[in-house]
Write a protein that binds this ligand. Structure first.
Ligand SMILES: Cc1cc2nc3c(=O)[nH]c(=O)nc-3n(C[C@H](O)[C@H](O)[C@H](O)COP(=O)(O)OP(=O)(O)OC[C@H]3O[C@@H](n4cnc5c(N)ncnc54)[C@H](O)[C@@H]3O)c2cc1C
Ligand SMILES: NC(=O)c1ccc[n+]([C@@H]2O[C@H](COP(=O)([O-])OP(=O)(O)OC[C@H]3O[C@@H](n4cnc5c(N)ncnc54)[C@H](O)[C@@H]3O)[C@@H](O)[C@H]2O)c1
Length: 447
């Protein structure tokens, strides 16, 4: 085994999704940096997650053929070629180490038998799909989002297991291109953590796209049949299909990283606990070890499983590694689902708000002139304010382009802009953004 002192870096980054930004920024700031990546430099988002799913959703919206949509998707993901991104890393001065990294002792990572030393370690290993405990699921044809977003085949009959963001986006994709989609969700509605109107309106849309929704039932058993597979449900029913797309959640990728040797004990569901500076919480003895620091960013922290949140945490890590203390604030991290119409929620959800006296008001997009112009009256926006402080703390919307016209609400929540100022903001006519004005006025009157 090579001596770790021979291959020593100021900073080692494990995982090249959000981790690649950290590596490049720190290298540009003059640190010696190595990035360890076991799959593709760039992480999941550009190749297996956000980008291919958004490309397929766009193609579905435009009524393209499946073949065209797949060709376009594969162009968007550069046919899974990470050479240009790896070259960008090299240009920034980052050494890219291909392979799976794991900690062997404080200050040392091992990749395929070679040891590398570090002063700062950043763990950015992302998350992985959870395979639900359904008897027989391992014996029938299944996909996770990885296959659903890279394969060229269009299953004739597809069961989508789970009605979270992955299940909703991919049900709309496959139903739009002609698969006979049945979505099974254990909760009573889609996107169950959000305001109820969101899941209800989205369910109407998915049904309109052609999907059959089985809400409030879970899968109990799967078996192979002559024509494909059969999935049994908790309500006594069953569904016959050719394939199951598992979209039943993800968990932080923390297994077999040797984190315990660094005094880090991640919760398998919550991931690596970090403080406000994104420094990993370690045992007292590990802290006393001194000399090295472990940071974490992205899905592995369980903080907010979105690329924009991972990128935000990356900026927090970079700043703190460079000695400029910066604290993360998660009050206004958007949660968008890019179906048509789009779901955009941010801040507190009325479903889980505790310890706040929430004021709420809402408005149907059908009442905006823009809905007439677009000939599309789908959607609604609701805003939630903290009565005690007179500021917005949460928002939920579903509607065309909601990811655009709701961003001002993200700023309002983050900046704690008083309602008295928000009610004085002018929106262009005719935009869906005008829907926000009556909601704000109603909230201000309730104060
Ligand atoms: C289908 C789907 C669609 C999504 N769409 C969106 C979207 O539209 N918008 C959005 O904001 N978010 C979306 N997300 C979530 C988004 O993909 C993640 O939040 C984001 O990729 C997290 O970035 P990350 O850097 O933490 O992890 P990742 O992107 O997963 O990167 C982690 C990297 O670490 C590598 N790695 C793991 N272990 C090791 C190891 N031991 N050694 C070396 N390398 C290792 C992995 O190979 C991987 O490349 C979507 C997710 C899915 C599944
Ligand atoms: N647009 C985006 O930003 C975007 C898109 C896709 C995914 N993501 C992120 O990726 C992560 C994973 O998304 P996801 O949708 O897989 O997870 P999720 O945890 O959000 O949803 C999974 C759903 O599956 C259901 N479920 C679990 N087991 C079941 C069973 N046996 N039978 C029936 N239903 C079952 C759960 O009740 C839950 O509603 C999320 O954190 C999400 O935020 C983001």
């Amino acid at each position: 085994m090579t001596d770790a002192q021979d291959k020593r870096y100021d900073v080692l980054v494990l995982g090249g999704g959000a981790g690649k930004n950290i590596a490049a920024d720190l290298a540009r700031a003059g640190r010696s940096v190595a990035l360890v990546e076991s799959r593709l430099v760039g992480g999941e988002c550009p190749y297996f997650a956000c980008m291919p799913s958004k490309s397929l959703l766009r193609s579905a919206r435009r009524g393209e053929t499946w073949e065209h949509a797949v060709a376009r998707r594969d162009e968007v993901t550069r046919h899974l070629d990470d050479a240009p991104t790896a070259a960008e890393m090299a240009e920034a001065g980052v050494t890219v180490i291909r392979g799976r990294g794991r900690a062997v002792r404080p200050g040392v990572i091992e990749v395929d038998g070679t040891e590398y030393g570090y002063t700062d370690l950043v763990v950015a290993t992302g998350s992985e799909p959870v395979i639900p405990e359904v008897e027989g699921i391992g014996d029938v044809p299944t996909w996770t989002s990885d296959e659903a977003l890279t394969r060229p085949d269009l299953p004739r009959r597809l069961i989508v297991l789970g009605g979270g963001p992955v299940g909703c986006e991919l049900s709309q994709v496959y139903a739009a291109f002609g698969s006979q989609v049945t979505l099974v969700e254990a909760a009573d509605r889609l996107l169950a953590a959000e305001a109820p109107f969101i899941g209800d309106l989205l369910a109407d849309e998915l049904r309109r796209t052609g999907a059959d929704l089985r809400l409030g039932v879970s899968a109990t058993r799967a078996e192979r049949t002559e024509s494909g597979l059969r999935l049994y449900l908790s309500d006594g029913g069953h569904i016959d299909a050719d394939r199951i797309l598992i979209a039943s959640g993800r968990r932080p990728r923390v297994a077999d990283l040797g984190l315990e040797t660094l005094g880090i004990r991640p919760d398998p569901k919550q991931g690596i606990a970090v403080d406000v500076t994104c420094k990993a919480v370690t045992d007292a003895e590990a802290d006393a070890d001194g000399g090295t620091t472990v940071w974490a960013a992205g899905d592995v922290t369980g903080a907010a499983p979105y690329t924009h949140a991972a990128n935000y945490q990356s900026r927090i890590v970079v700043s703190n590694v460079l000695g400029k203390r910066r604290e993360a604030d998660y009050r206004a991290v958007p949660r968008a689902v890019y179906t048509t119409p789009t779901v955009y929620t941010v801040g507190v959800s009325p479903v889980s708000a505790t310890g706040l006296e929430l004021l709420s008001a809402g408005y149907d997009l059908s009442d905006t002139p823009r809905a007439t112009v677009e000939n599309d009256d789908r959607g609604r926006v609701e805003l939630y304010a903290d009565r005690a402080r007179g500021v917005l703390v949460g928002a939920a919307a579903i509607g065309l382009y909601a990811e655009g016209w709701m961003s001002e609400i993200t700023l309002a929540i983050r900046a704690e802009t008083p309602l008295s100022i928000l009610t004085d903001v002018v929106h262009a006519f005719p935009t869906y953004g005008e829907a926000i004005e009556p909601v704000l006025r109603e909230l201000a009157e309730q104060l």
